[in-house]
Design a protein around this ligand. Structure first.
Ligand code: 13P
Ligand code: SF4
Length: 322
């Protein structure tokens, strides 16, 4: 019998090895694949079939032969997978795993913003809702944003949404003027410059790696700026033996795995807290992955009209960044 969507009341295995085994059994039964972002808990990264940044995960979602995608990341990422795979079941372990950057760019407000710049071409960061994607000409990620903007003819005026920090960095790198939507990520805006300066004094030989969602004052102190996968590659290839990392600390798991003898330092938040873990990403757990596969929910559902509009700028991104 093909596995269905029935709600099974089975006890969740209490110990980790049993839980992992149970996830594996369900994965085979459902012909499912688990895709996880670098900002997931270490345990999730370790059981995922693929761990990557937003661009790599979109590519994997586009290519997979699985019937079911369990997207262990945030809502806009799972939504992108569903837009690319309408015939597949896309599950997200916790439906509340949103993203303040995407949530703060409301579809109606974005339509009003666009109306102020009627002749502009709209480039949106993948961290936005399907409704905002449907209003965009091209989607980008932090990994390909600069390259894609450089490919757009210079006489075309551009809107960039919803991350103004990423937008400003792309603007500096590409030399293109961008009209920016005033959004930002609560996690990347939280790093303390004072704490970073202290770490730099304490570890003068350490390389400072930063995600472009950080504010300009922090990017000014960075030795290398890039998406999560680019930061990971840099930490692997660089001759430095210590790194101060300005992004969500989930990425440190892969950094340490690749280079166990190197030192990786997190930067504290503005009020001294170690609150730079993304509160949305971290809602996902092994237990919720198990339950999502068991009950085949929460499932990502998208209005077909929106999906039809949103797929074009995503496909264009995948084509342009091959
Ligand atoms: P990446 O493009 O590096 O995966 O970034 C995703 C993200 O949400 C950063 O906050
Ligand atoms: Fe959104 Fe920021 Fe979390 Fe990334 S780290 S998912 S941009 S809230």
């Amino acid at each position: 019998m093909k596995a269905g969507t029935e709600n099974r009341t089975v006890e969740v295995p209490k110990n980790k090895p049993e839980l992992i085994k149970a996830i594996d059994v369900l994965k085979t039964e459902r012909n499912a694949v688990i895709l996880a972002h670098y900002y997931q808990d270490n345990d999730i990264q370790d059981i995922a079939d693929f761990v990557g940044d937003s661009l790599e995960l979109s590519r994997k979602a586009e290519k997979t032969n699985a019937d079911v995608i369990v997207f262990s990341g945030v809502h806009f990422m799972a939504e992108t997978a569903k837009i690319l795979n309408p015939e597949k079941t896309v599950l997200i372990p916790d439906l509340d795993a949103g993203c303040n950057l995407a949530d703060d760019c409301n579809s109606d407000d974005f339509a009003k913003f666009r109306a102020k710049y009627p002749n502009h071409y709209v480039v949106s960061y993948i961290n936005c809702s399907a409704e905002v994607k449907a209003q965009s000409n091209l989607i980008c990620t932090s990994s390909n944003a600069v390259d894609l903007i450089r490919k757009i003819p210079e006489n075309i005026q551009l809107i960039f949404a919803p991350d103004q920090n990423l937008g400003r960095w792309v603007q500096n790198q590409s030399g293109r003027k961008l009209t920016l939507w005033p959004g930002s990520c609560q996690v990347h805006e939280n790093f303390s410059e004072e704490a970073l300066l202290k770490l730099i004094m304490e570890y003068p030989k350490a390389e400072v790696l930063a995600h472009p969602e950080c504010q300009q004052n922090l990017l000014d102190l960075a030795d290398f700026i890039g998406s999560t996968s680019k930061l990971l590659a840099r930490s692997d290839e660089s001759s430095a033996d210590s790194f101060i990392v300005l992004t969500e600390p989930g990425i440190l798991h892969q950094m340490k795995k690749k280079q166990p003898s190197k030192k990786f330092l997190e930067v504290p938040g503005i009020d001294g807290c170690s609150c730079n873990a993304c509160p949305y990403m971290r809602l996902n757990t092994l237990e919720k992955i198990y339950l999502s596969l068991l009950n085949m929910k929460p499932e990502i559902i998208i209005d077909e009209k929106i999906r039809n509009k949103a797929i074009a700028p995503i496909k264009l991104m995948l084509k342009m960044s091959k």
